[in-house]
Design a protein around this ligand. Structure first.
Ligand code: URA
Length: 264
């Protein structure tokens, strides 16, 4: 088999990306990483990174420099620039594009998802693949449209290889940026799309099944007042579990009600 044929064969098997130059020993357990205490009061100690999803672990220093870089950004453009220069999250090395945001930064409603997938990585925009199309339809039912009255970002702006769940260390390195992004957009309502954004931004260990459909307060030091935040099911989960669309519809109606109160 020549090189090209071998490559085609690998692509057919599903190996659609080169992760690293050197082989990774996925059986050696990486050491636990202690992340410095976040700006909010709770101290978080990050669990060891699973060997199955081993990636270069950002040092605690990465979290500190993420906080410094995010805090120094006074506009969304500066924040995007700061993220583009940030090397503390190893996902940047395997991603094609930075997926910073899509939609209208003046919108009153901001959606925060988990991390880009393959389509988002290619286009450099969040939620443009199949689950993004479902998200567009969901929010369209309640009069929202990313081109006019919604703004969309992710906790993690780089695609995790093969769409794996981001590790705690990767989330910790990116968290200061999404928090700053929320401060700079300063939406009137925040919608937390899925488990990762709910847990990360509300600092809870409760999963999305418990958290969805109830308004919470999202706070951060740079906000004048807490922002009401609604956790909802991730569209990718709804595609896998259509029976949950009923509850998801209820959650969207809650959001619609709250939006109507805003415009009064
Ligand atoms: N899932 C997410 O959480 N974000 C995206 O941008 C795409 C899929």
């Amino acid at each position: 088999m020549d090189d090209l044929a071998a490559l085609r064969y690998l692509v057919e098997l599903g190996a659609d990306e080169a992760i690293a130059e050197a082989p990774v020993d996925r059986f050696s357990a990486p050491p636990p990483v202690e992340i410095p205490a976040p700006a909010r009061p709770a101290m978080r100690v990050v669990a060891p990174v699973s060997p199955a999803i081993a990636a270069p672990v950002p040092a605690a220093q990465a979290v500190i420099s993420a906080r410094d870089a995010a805090a120094a950004a006074n506009t969304l453009d500066e924040l995007r620039e700061a993220l583009a220069k940030f090397d503390g999250c190893p996902l940047k090395a395997t991603a094609t594009n930075l997926c910073f945001a899509d939609g209208n930064p003046e919108a009153k409603i901001m959606f925060v998802g988990e991390a880009p997938g393959a389509d988002e990585d290619r286009q450099g925009k969040p939620f443009v693949g199949v689950s993004g199309q479902l998200l567009d339809r969901m929010i369209g039912f309640i009069g929202l449209d990313r081109n006019t009255n919604a703004y969309i970002a992710n906790v993690i702006p780089w695609r995790p290889p093969a769409n794996r769940t981001p590790t705690a260390a990767e989330i910790a390195a990116c968290e200061p940026f999404i928090r700053r992004q929320i401060e700079l957009v300063n939406p009137q309502l925040l919608v937390l799309v899925g488990n990762i954004s709910t847990k990360t931004l509300l600092g809870t260990t409760d999963g999305i099944i418990r958290m969805r459909g109830k308004w919470r307060d999202y706070s951060s030091p740079g906000l004048k007042a807490p922002i009401p935040a609604l956790p909802i099911f991730h569209p990718a989960y709804l595609l896998r579990t259509p029976a949950q669309k009923r509850d998801s519809w209820r959650d969207l109606l809650l959001l619609k009600q709250r939006i109507q109160m805003l415009s009064k």
